[in-house]
Design a protein around this ligand. Structure first.
Ligand SMILES: *Cc1c(COP(=O)(O)O)cnc(C)c1O
Length: 399
């Protein structure tokens, strides 16, 4: 690790969060963990393994490619592709025993024979207006078509909630009522329902009646509340922590500009630290002149535009700031011992072990919440997590 910018993924926190939600469910309710988008940026395989170890039963992804990544890593748990898949692409899904979402009537297509049988979950659009069938009349021919196919198994039926995390979630109640109506209609036609599921993180917390046979936990696996508009009566531990080491400290005169466009101009002599993290790493440009980082336990404001690979912070008020000092971009404040010089005194092969060991033994609880940084950047925790670029090494703290 030569650049000194890295993320810690705390698998202990992932396991804690999953177990905490598991406790909210009845014993028979299955717990799917959404690991799409590389496990919300954390690393899909690592998150999947940690979550399954903590009581999760199923995994949710956005594409067959993401599902294959898990299968190739040897993960055998049920996987559901939450986005829609074409009949020809589904051949691969069947081969690897990956369940797919059916949001379109396939009876009009030329559908290949599936070997082994393809597992499908029917998607109902109850108000998200994104994917799925809207009425019982649309669903019935699909169910009949599935039942006419010996190589297709009806494994699930589900909907997705659009406003469960909002202060006013009355639309969610309408969504659930529509879902119930379709489920009742299917039962009235004599169909035995497969796995029924509806709730995302927010839905799980809002109402246990929405848990049905399985819930789909995403953002709160990763330690964030679904939104700021709801109480989260579960203790969530932060899972993602981003750090870097200062590369330069310099003092500029009053009137001098910082970064592209000189959007920050010093109104006094200002001590500026340069940090090798930028928007290409997933630290959004929208944080320019708005966010702060933490150095030696103190806040330092981001000044000037965030560049592609670097950013500058004002450290005028912080004593003893030097190149090689550790910067917390979000997550738990870095342990005081984290200095580049300490790392460089170790053989390269021991960098990771040293970081893991010191992070694990560090008792500091102070936090620069990822969720707060997201808000300052006019976005949400989900997007900030997914933005973490693949060039940022992830260091996994397993136990
Ligand atoms: C991503 C996703 C989830 C998880 O949502 P969170 O808000 O992150 O809990 C659940 N269901 C579907 C269909 C999804 O795409």
């Amino acid at each position: 690790m030569y650049r000194g910018t890295f993320a810690i993924v705390d698998e202990r926190a992932i396991r804690h969060n999953v177990a905490a939600f598991k406790q909210k469910l009845s014993d028979s309710t299955r717990l799917l963990i959404a690991v799409k988008a590389n496990g919300y940026g954390h690393g899909a395989v690592e998150v999947a393994q940690a979550a399954l170890g903590a009581g999760a039963t199923d995994l949710g992804v956005a594409s067959i490619e993401e599902a294959l990544q898990l299968r190739r890593a040897g993960i055998a748990a049920p996987i559901l592709v939450l986005g829609v898949v074409s009949p020809t692409a589904a051949r691969t899904a069947a081969k690897w025993q990956i369940a797919v979402t059916l949001g379109d009537d396939w009876s009009e297509y030329s559908v290949p024979q599936f070997e082994p049988p393809l597992h499908v979950h029917i998607k109902i659009d109850t108000g998200m207006s994104r994917l799925g069938f809207k009425t019982l009349d649309e669903v019935l021919p699909v169910v009949r078509w599935i039942n006419s196919r010996p190589d297709v198994v009806w494994s699930g039926i589900f909907t997705h909630l659009a406003t469960a995390d909002a202060a006013d979630y009355s639309r969610t109640k309408v969504q659930i009522a529509r879902f119930e109506q379709i489920l009742a209609g299917l039962k009235a036609q004599g169909f035995v329902l497969p796995l029924v599921h509806a709730a995302n993180s927010a839905g799980i917390l809002r109402d246990p009646n929405w848990h049905y046979d399985m819930v789909r936990l995403g953002i709160s696996t990763y330690g964030c509340p679904p939104s700021r508009e709801m109480d989260v009566p579960v203790s969530l531990w932060p899972t993602l922590h981003l750090y870097s080491f200062i590369t330069r400290v310099a003092t500029i005169d009053r009137g001098e500009g910082v970064s592209y466009g000189a959007s920050f101009v010093a109104d006094r002599p200002t001590k500026v630290a340069t940090v090798p993290v930028g928007y290409a790493d997933g630290y959004p440009r929208a944080l320019s002149n708005r966010a702060h980082v933490v150095i030696h336990g103190q806040k330092a404001r981001v000044i000037g535009k965030v560049c592609m690979d670097q950013l500058m912070v004002d450290v005028t008020e912080i004593d003893d700031v030097h190149p090689g000092d550790c910067v917390t971009l979000y997550g738990r404040y870095a342990p005081e011992g984290w200095r580049q010089s300490v790392m460089e005194s170790l053989p390269e092969s021991e960098h990771k072990d040293w970081l893991i060991r010191t992070f694990r033994n560090y008792s500091g609880k102070n936090l620069l919440p990822l969720d707060d940084v997201a808000k300052i950047g006019h976005t949400i925790s989900y997007e900030l997590m997914c933005a973490l670029s693949l060039r940022v090494p992830r260091i996994y703290v397993k136990n």
